[in-house]
Design a protein around this ligand. Sequence first.
Ligand code: ZN
Length: 221
Amino acid sequence: MATPLSADKMIAALKAEGVAPVEREGWRTHNRNEAGPWGGVNGVLIHHTAGRDSLDLVWDGRSDLPGPLAHTHLAKNGTATMTGNGRANHAGRAARNAFDAVVAESSTHPAPSAASGTVDGNQHFYGIEIENLGDGDDPYPGAQYDKAVRWAAAICRAHGWTQHSVVGHKETSVEGKIDPSFSMNNFRAKVADRLSHDAGWDPVAPAADEGAEDGTGVLDG
Ligand SMILES: [Zn+2]
């Protein structure tokens, strides 16, 4: 359990990690704090948007689910736009068993079990929405995937967390979510690689689509 990063600390961490976040006007006070608590925080949650041109949707939300729907929106070209600071409507209910594994930074992430009870995910997780159709065919361009890894690593580094504080929505949801449509084990390995270096580590970005490179284009959960 940790105190959420302030907006300034979040931006500093992301910049240091090479994310180059875009600060959309108003993002520092855009949240759902009136609907419930925000923090302590325990981890970061990875999503795909299941759509295109979704920045406004992530900001505004829907009639049945007010925005922000994430803290950051990540476009196909790797542009990371800040969409929320505080509680956001992205995680829904998280299975207690999956949540406990994150808190313990367990190296295994059990399939979410509703029978174990649920936790208010929006209180405890930072969230990123990665623009992708989520159909298993739509690629995650290397520049986009690399920024997602950097985003997750930056938050882990700021809190002193390991890669096991990073989970996919499909790994926590009791509502049958399938996102993101890539392997979270591979993603966590990439985060761990970054955390073993300084924040400024800047390897050559992968030229090829990450999904094609390691089979992560296949829906696995
Ligand atoms: Zn999701």
